[in-house]
Design a binder for this molecule. Structure first.
Ligand SMILES: [Mg+2]
Length: 371
């Protein structure tokens, strides 16, 4: 099926307070400022969420760069097209280098529209299998070890399938030791968000004794080669996050032996279609994949859930229940954990969640009608 034409495009930024501040090795977040796109085409309304932040600390894209690229380039390309497929849109987007999160947000909305036109859930359009999705929680750096242990206990009680703790240099070995002593058998992993260098190999080797599922992105955010050198020296599987921006990066990392696991964030790699290609490559090449989170609202969270119905997503991702981050979301229904810790895919055509206009109206800090 083709999209005849684009009728309207609206851009919003909503500011949602986080239930508790989220600290990583590079920043502390107290709010999620989410850039949202509402596209209407052939009388069907689709939503997309851009996973950028106001600041460039995770990657170079920000809400401001994404707004600029979406408004001045992506939407200009889109509105010049008639009777088109999403594949054709993505091909035309290729002339713009980088800016994957901006591209993914537009693709999100088009996929939501297309699935609704077919009257099927998004996962079906993507070729996924209906299934319960594994949950995972990412716990930011805490004030004290007691706070951390308490957070892990709560997550464990909720039956999260794996627990990730954020670490940084100096807040690592002692913390991991205490966590493992308290929780000897939980599925545990650590995310360093690029806080180490090869000079820290003696520290990173000590991680091997903690039986971690993986250490995520220990070295520089754009490095692939040095991670290969590190992986040769440590037992703990390396998972790459920031370094993998496209399928080519996944191939390079695999060929070099830089990682055994890849965190596929659909925004970071340029969207759902790009993610599908990477998970297929990972499956063929014995690399385990999972879906990372960017503190998304219910819109982005729904896309992540549909994505994880693809067979390459063999490990629990960062998808938590909504109340873990937000007292109030902008969609209905919020994500809740089942008694076994799993998550159900939203039902209905498209992304399957109902976007609440009155909440968006109340929480918005920016609005512009682009078309
Ligand atoms: Mg990460």
């Amino acid at each position: 099926m083709k999209i005849k034409q684009i009728d309207s495009v609206e851009m919003f930024i909503v500011r949602l307070p986080l239930v508790s501040p989220f600290e990583t090795s590079f920043s502390v977040q107290t709010h999620r400022e989410a850039l949202l796109l509402k596209i209407v085409s052939d009388d069907v309304c689709g939503w997309g969420e851009c996973v950028t932040s106001p600041d460039p600390y995770y990657c170079y894209e920000t809400n401001a760069t994404a707004s600029h690229i979406i408004q001045d380039f992506l939407i200009a390309i889109l509105t010049a097209m008639n009777n088109f497929t999403i594949e054709e849109v993505l091909q035309n987007f290729e002339q713009i280098r980088g800016h994957h999160m901006a591209k993914a947000a537009v693709e999100n909305a088009l996929l939501d529209i297309m699935a609704q036109k077919y009257k099927i859930p998004l996962f079906e359009l993507m070729g996924g299998t209906p299934q319960k999705i594994m949950s995972g929680i990412s716990i930011g750096i805490q004030e004290s070890i007691d706070d951390l242990l308490e957070s892990i206990q709560k997550a464990h009680d909720k039956r999260y399938h794996r627990i990730k703790i954020k670490i940084k240099k100096g807040k690592d070995i002692e913390i991991l030791k205490k966590v493992r002593r308290a929780f000897p058998s939980i599925n545990l992993m650590a995310d360093a968000n690029s806080d180490y260098t090869l000079e820290d190999i003696p520290i990173l080797k000590k991680f091997d004794e903690f039986n971690l599922m993986m250490i995520e992105q220990p070295l520089n955010y754009d490095d692939i080669y040095f991670h290969a050198l590190l992986q040769k020296q440590i037992q703990t599987p390396i998972c790459l996050d920031e370094s993998i921006k496209n399928l080519n990066d996944a191939k390079t990392a695999t060929e070099l032996g830089s990682c055994k696991i890849i965190n596929i964030k659909q925004g970071r790699v340029g969207g759902m279609t790009a993610s599908k290609k990477i998970q297929a490559y990972c499956m063929e090449n014995n690399i385990k994949a999972w879906s990372g989170g960017m503190l998304e609202t219910g819109i982005g969270r729904a896309f992540n859930l549909h994505l994880q119905t693809l067979p390459g997503f063999v490990l629990p991702g960062d998808t938590s229940e909504t109340s873990r981050y937000f007292a109030e979301d902008i969609v209905d229904k919020p994500v809740i954990l089942q008694p076994d810790g799993s998550i159900e895919i939203p039902k209905g055509a498209g992304i399957g969640v109902h976007v609440l206009p009155e909440r968006i109206d109340r929480l918005k800090v920016f609005y512009e009608k682009l078309v």
